[in-house]
Design a protein around this ligand. Structure first.
Ligand code: ASP
Length: 405
């Protein structure tokens, strides 16, 4: 896409977020009539995810050459994911200790809140989620982690085949290019889609006044999460500037459309095609972006990790439970795991929070306390999740010494 078209769409999306917010605020539930327009945009993006993930991971990994190249890329990426996620949780813990958002919150709210749908998820489920007995079944259910693991192994096998592997690789290269072209086509719909997604969701929340009332009820908690997310965005920007050596404003110009898509869809996976396009426009080396972004969209969730820590401490404070240093360390570890385990779909973090709550012995019903505004905080944390992936691609690309392509 040309620079001008890219900029025009990004500005259009920015205007659509403001207009969608205003329309949802004023007209409230009536705006649910445009839900289908948002669905159309979201579903069109989702339609690309599986072929795009497969093609980009296979062509990216096979392009690394041999297993040592894969080892280096994997090692640096995992180090980046782990460090930034742990920093995010630490920021969340500091903020929750400073702001004490749960102190004095009436527990009666849990009784009125809709029952949370909490599934039992344990630490071993996390390990098992890397594999799936049927790769087509995993793709059909959009379980991306096993698909990525399969594609990494497939590409590694392909690169050992020499000449015989080349036509297969050329096929996936072509598939990848075609998918990226389709992403650019779908982006023409983005301003309309974003407008509808924001307006209809605010409408579903009952309009501006109802939303503000919900926000006021949980204002201190929301502020704690938001100030933590903002602090982490600054940390990521510093990494981008100091380690990846990229001017932050220019990079944000390229990935801005992805960040706005993340905010509107609350899904890192649905945003992945747009993230890949933005990071490509920013000139990040292709192996880095084709490997780091799909894996990052499923396992690297800084915003989710930070939110899990704040929410766990909020629930503890509301129940009058004091978590000592050791227990907060346990929150640090389990919130990181919960973020890795969360799928890149709306409100997935709410489900995996059970891991954190159970580890420190807090009642899982506590989730009911934060349900009311989770849809809004979900959008904010998803934006940081996608920013973390985008910065990761630039950092990994830089550390592995690739030039811009
Ligand atoms: N919605 C988030 C994402 O897709 C996950 C979550 O925190 O619920 O990145």
């Amino acid at each position: 896409m040309s620079w001008n078209a890219e900029r025009l769409i990004a500005w259009g999306m920015g205007a659509a977020i403001v207009a969608g917010g205003a329309a949802g605020y004023v007209w409230g539930p009536a705006m649910q009539s445009v839900t289908w327009m948002g669905e159309l945009f979201l579903t069109a993006l989702k339609m690309l995810i599986v072929p795009l993930v497969a093609a980009s991971v296979i062509s990216g990994v096979a392009g690394l050459g041999d297993v040592r190249g894969l080892g280096r890329m994997g090692g640096v990426s995992v180090a980046y994911y782990a460090t930034t996620t742990l920093v995010a949780v630490a920021i969340g813990l500091v903020m929750a200790n400073l702001w004490q958002p749960g102190a004095g919150v009436p527990l009666g709210q849990t009784a009125n809140a809709p029952k949370p749908h909490v599934a039992e998820v344990g630490a071993t489920d996390l390990i098992l989620s890397f594999v799936h007995p049927n790769i087509i079944g995993a793709a059909a259910k959009m379980k991306l982690l096993p698909v990525i693991v399969f594609c990494i192994a497939f590409a590694a096998a392909l690169s050992t085949l020499g000449e015989r592997g080349r036509p297969v690789l050329a096929f996936f290269e072509g598939l990848n290019e075609a998918m990226m072209t389709m992403v650019r086509w779908i982006m023409a719909l983005a301003p309309l889609g974003v407008f509808a997604l924001i307006a209809s969701r605010l409408g579903a929340a009952g309009g501006g006044e109802a939303f503000l009332a919900q926000l006021a009820g949980l204002g201190r908690y929301a502020l704690t999460v938001l100030s933590g997310l903002l602090t982490h965005a600054i940390v990521l920007s510093l990494l981008l500037w100091l380690v990846a050596r990229r001017p932050v404003a220019a990079y944000l110009g390229h990935v801005g459309a992805a960040l706005m898509t993340a905010f509107s869809t609350a899904s890192s996976s649905a945003t992945l095609p747009v993230t890949m396009e933005g990071v490509r426009e920013a000139g990040v080396p292709r192996e880095a972006r084709r490997f780091v972004l799909p894996l990052g969209a499923t396992v690297n969730m800084d915003g989710t990790a930070l939110y899990e820590a704040v929410a766990a401490l909020f629930i503890a404070q509301a129940y009058g439970v004091t978590l000592d240093f050791g227990q907060q360390l346990l929150v640090l570890v389990t919130a990181t795991m919960a973020a890795i385990g969360a799928a890149g779909i709306p409100e997935a973090g709410l489900v995996t929070m059970v891991i954190v709550l159970e580890a420190v012995g807090l009642p899982t019903e506590g989730i009911g306390l934060i349900l009311a505004i989770d849809w809004f905080l979900d959008r904010c944390r998803t934006t940081i999740n996608v920013y973390g992936d985008s910065v990761g691609a630039a950092v990994v690309g830089r550390l592995l010494g690739g030039g811009a392509r």
